[in-house]
Design a protein around this ligand. Structure first.
Ligand SMILES: NC(=O)c1ccc[n+]([C@@H]2O[C@H](COP(=O)([O-])OP(=O)(O)OC[C@H]3O[C@@H](n4cnc5c(N)ncnc54)[C@H](O)[C@@H]3O)[C@@H](O)[C@H]2O)c1
Length: 409
């Protein structure tokens, strides 16, 4: 990351606003109830990397300092999302009861979001989101920024951090106007529609709010928006949280490379039953996810001849419980052929929520100490880290540890 010379690391954390785009989705709901539970001591910080001893001297924002708001395009209430997660054995019902007032405060700060132009067929679409989606991009940006400003004023937070946990958008081929900030802004001025995730990213970065993209959607990964983050001196990170099959792949693949075992095929298959899975059942939405999932393995094995494939299917009865099967066919000394197979059965949202909380605390720290641009030290959290670098989870995590050590106070 780059650092301004003027700011020092010494500032104590103030109140931090966490703005969730996709505010009533499964991940956002687990983040909201999880933070409320952590704040009241009802939930243990299991799964939070920033609670490890390395981070104790860094001065990260405490859970009590976080205030929540967000955008969503649906009419579904937060309690309905929570009810689904209770029925699926993810959210404990006593936690939902004990934190009802926090949830109500959060729900009152959820505003109609910006619908992506490719998602017009959404079943429970908020009419205000459809209307926002039809406005010229400059007006969309002004409306989103007005929501950020109101949230900041109402909650009195020092900083707003915008996190994209909305449904994965349809895949788009690269466009010329994404290459530079000048071309992107000219396209906005001429009313050329852009992916909603990139409009949210532009709205937050241009207003000076750090931006985290937990999804495979484009967000701030466009070169134009990376340039904007550098110019406005705002930190950002993404793309696509590394929570399940890809996490295990990026732990295991370095083993084969280090021991010079030749991987012949790596076949992966995912079954998802939640709303995310339903969304990914659409081929255009699935394409964005598959690209992001295959990149890491290809780059780690560094051998274009290896057969790698990832499949995703929607299996409704699984609900939030994602199951992945991987079959790794490999060759050892004397040409002996062997295999490793694993099954990963995890709650998608319970895996994702602590990562979102970690990333918010890290983005707050980065902004507080004057760092900006891509947050390279967060690569361990993402399937396609914007700043590039190795996909090796151990190397990525070591970098995070070194970052923590260098920021100890
Ligand atoms: N759960 C994981 O382990 C994991 C890992 C990596 C990435 N992700 C990504 O996180 C995202 C959220 O996952 P989820 O399981 O919570 O999905 P979800 O479908 O439960 O929630 C998504 C929410 O986003 C809302 N939404 C859709 N378009 C929007 C827009 N343009 N603006 C604002 N809100 C919008 C939907 O109404 C919904 O409430 C997905 O993109 C998923 O691919 C999840």
């Amino acid at each position: 990351m780059t650092k301004t010379s003027s700011k020092q690391a010494e500032g104590a954390p103030g109140r931090v606003g966490l703005w969730l785009v996709g505010a009533r989705g499964a991940v956002a709901t687990c983040v909201a109830y999880g933070i409320a539970g952590l704040r009241r001591g009802l939930v243990a910080p299991v799964g939070l990397a920033t609670e490890a001893s390395e981070f104790q001297a860094v001065g990260l924002a405490p859970f009590e300092a976080l205030a929540l708001g967000g955008h969503d395009v649906c009419l579904r209430g937060l309690t309905q999302s929570a009810g689904e997660l209770v029925r699926n054995n993810i959210l404990p019902s006593d936690l939902v009861t004990a934190t009802a007032s926090d949830a109500a405060a959060y729900e009152s700060r959820i505003r109609p979001g910006l619908l992506d132009s490719a998602d017009v067929g959404l079943a429970d679409l908020h009419p205000a989101s459809a209307e926002l989606g039809s406005l010229p991009p400059r007006e969309q940006i002004a409306r989103l920024q007005r929501d950020f400003d109101n949230f900041k004023r109402e909650t009195g937070v020092e900083r707003v951090i915008v996190v994209n946990v909305a449904s994965t958008e349809a895949f788009r081929e690269p466009r010329a106007e994404w290459r530079t900030l000048e071309a992107f802004e000219a396209a906005l001025d001429s009313g050329v529609a852009q992916p909603a995730s990139s409009i949210y990213a532009y709205a937050s970065l241009s207003a000076g709010h750090p931006y985290i993209n937990f999804t495979p959607s484009l967000g701030a990964s466009l070169p134009a928006l990376r340039e904007l983050a550098r110019r406005r001196k705002v930190p950002h990170c993404g793309n696509d949280g590394k929570t399940g099959e890809t996490l295990v792949k990026t732990v295991l693949a370095p083993l084969f490379v280090a021991r010079r075992l030749r991987v012949l095929s790596w076949q992966g298959y995912n079954m998802l039953g939640n709303r995310d899975g339903e969304n990914l059942a659409d081929p255009l939405h699935r394409e964005a996810k598959l690209r992001s999932k295959d990149d890491a393995l290809r780059s780690l094995l560094n051998d274009p001849s290896v057969h790698t494939k990832v499949g995703i299917d929607y299996v409704p009865s699984l609900r939030d419980w994602k199951t992945a099967f991987d079959y790794i066919h490999f060759e050892g000394f004397l040409g002996a052929q062997m295999s490793l197979q694993f099954t990963w059965h995890g709650s998608d949202s319970a895996l994702a929520a602590p990562l979102v909380i970690d990333l918010v605390r890290l983005a707050d720290l980065a902004a507080r100490v004057g760092e900006f641009g891509e947050m390279h030290h967060t690569a361990a959290f993402f399937k396609s880290p914007i700043g590039g670098g190795t996909h090796d989870f151990h190397a990525q995590f070591e970098r995070l540890r070194e970052y923590a050590a260098s920021h100890a106070r």
